[in-house]
Write a protein that binds this ligand. Structure first.
Ligand code: HEC
Length: 88
């Protein structure tokens, strides 16, 4: 479900996408996968929504690309690992 407060941000994003520099093929595939996976139901780029803002996620975690890949494929294990580190 799309929250009413996010509608304006999504409309702005669409407009920016239309007038911005064309995306690379890899970026397009990533965007399509993000939309097809329903990720935008909870994540709004540039804003905290039901899910956290994903801007800077690669820098927030050590080995960012590997971490995100593992998190998307198996979030329960990654969350469990993070909790274990908190309680060390
Ligand atoms: C039902 C809501 C929901 C959907 C749908 C969703 N997420 Fe999330 N996502 C969350 C929440 C909530 C968190 C925070 C989890 C935590 O930290 O315990 C999160 C965390 C993340 C993180 C880690 C963010 C960080 O800063 O550490 C990534 C990466 C992520 N999601 C990617 C995705 C991708 C890719 C998809 C689509 C395949 C997706 N999410 C779909 C709710 C969602």
């Amino acid at each position: 479900m799309v929250k009413t407060a996010d509608v304006g941000i999504r409309a702005k994003d669409l407009l920016v996408t239309k007038i911005a520099t064309p995306m690379s093929e890899a970026a397009k595939r990533g965007k399509d996968a993000f939309l097809e996976g329903g990720c935008n139901g909870c994540h709004v780029v540039g804003k905290v929504s039901s899910g956290p803002d994903l801007v800077g996620v690669l820098q927030r975690h050590e080995n960012g690309e590997k971490w995100v890949k593992e998190f998307v494929l198996d979030p329960a294990t990654q969350i469990q690992r993070a909790l274990c580190r908190c309680y060390d």
